[in-house]
Design a protein around this ligand. Structure first.
Ligand code: FAQ
Length: 317
């Protein structure tokens, strides 16, 4: 069909597929800006999963029991898997993973602000699972219905795994809040530090979000940043009550008229600083990623040589 239609006809067919809630697949014609938006978002998402292994990876050797260590290792490994599905989804748009990693290393692509905060105590592992994975799921469940097929399908599996991650964080914090006074204080301190950065994961307020309107028209995003942030707050406040922690927001309260929780304003200057490279751990995260990438060069070379050898054998057969 692509060969026989004019650009206008192709655009109409694309618009029809999106309006009918059908999936755009890699073989389909798509507008250049749709492709660019997807590459930007999927690459940023993939980088976030990979850089996101660092804050929790910091605690694998110090987990307080074998059970906790096994759970944490499985979780961090899952994040690596998510990064790989997402790089594969991006590659269906005609870009190469190596190219995306270069863009990350040169600061031309981003990763989520949240991974630029330090993990100071063991309770941070629980707070990340409960709040960060909780926010990630809230954002990612609608992405399972994203108009681009490979991204939507990757999200289905990612969301299943994220929900295990969120539960393990909640369960870890529950054990701490039902433990000693020192454990309760450690849990509360972690929640105090991770609450606002978790709300900022949803991106700038709608009034400042440059991409939301177009991404919603293309059905890449199904809800705006503020809608998802509200959904996350509504879901999380009752969980905080069961855990027995307070959320560090003096204006947080149920609004009977809106049937939602009212909550305070994030520090948007802080989000801007962290996204522009001035967060507490930005430099450390990138240095670590670049060093790991360089040290892994021999593995990539060996894998490529192995694949080339087998391709030559197959071709000769
Ligand atoms: N951090 O116009 P919008 C996870 C940028 S995965 C950094 O609103 P958009 C799992 C944005 O890119 C977490 N940058 O943009 C896990 C844009 O920049 P540009 C990652 C941010 O795309 C858990 C500019 O600001 N999840 O946590 C942030 O429509 C535990 C304007 O913003 C995803 O990536 C931010 N927070 O909406 C792993 C989900 N917010 O390129 C390990 C997919 C905004 O114009 C451990 N992504 N920016 O210069 C999305 O849903 C969207 O891309 C948003 C942003 C909602 C993040």
């Amino acid at each position: 069909m692509a060969a026989s239609l004019s650009t206008e006809g192709l655009q109409q067919e694309f618009d029809r597929l999106v309006a009918d809630d059908q999936r755009i697949e890699p073989r389909d014609w798509m507008p250049d800006d749709y492709r660019k938006t997807l590459v930007r978002q999927i690459a940023q998402h993939a980088h976030s999963e990979i850089i996101g292994m660092q804050p929790e990876g910091n605690w694998i050797t110090r987990a307080p029991s074998l059970r906790r260590k096994a759970i944490l290792m499985a979780k961090v490994q899952d994040e690596a898997g998510h990064g790989l599905y997402l790089y594969c989804a991006a590659e269906t748009l005609g870009v190469d993973r190596g190219e995306l990693i270069d863009l990350l290393h040169s600061g031309r692509q981003k990763y989520s602000s949240i991974f630029n905060y330090p993990t100071l105590t063991w309770a941070d592992v629980g707070a990340i699972g409960w709040l960060v994975d909780g926010a990630a799921i809230t954002n990612q469940i609608p992405l399972c219905r994203c108009s681009y097929g490979p991204y939507a399908r990757a999200m289905v599996r990612v969301c299943k795994e994220e929900s295990f991650h969120q539960r393990q964080g909640y369960e870890l914090l529950y054990a701490l809040t039902h433990g000693t006074d020192a454990q309760r204080a450690m849990a509360q301190d972690a929640v105090n530090r991770w609450w606002w950065p978790s709300l900022m994961m949803f991106g700038p307020p709608d009034t400042e979000s440059t991409h939301t309107a177009q991404s919603m028209a293309w059905r890449i995003k199904r809800f705006s940043n503020d809608e998802l942030r509200q959904r996350f707050v509504d879901m999380t406040v009752p969980q905080a009550e069961v855990l027995g922690v307070t959320l560090p927001d003096p204006v947080l309260r149920w609004n009977e008229d809106r049937r939602h929780y009212d909550f305070g304003e994030c520090d948007w200057d802080e989000l801007r600083r962290v996204v522009s490279g001035e967060g507490p751990c930005n430099r450390q995260r990138m240095e670590h990623h670049i060093a790991a990438h360089d040290e892994g060069a021999w593995v990539r070379e060996a894998a490529a040589a192995y694949a080339a050898k087998h391709a030559a054998v197959d071709a000769a057969a």
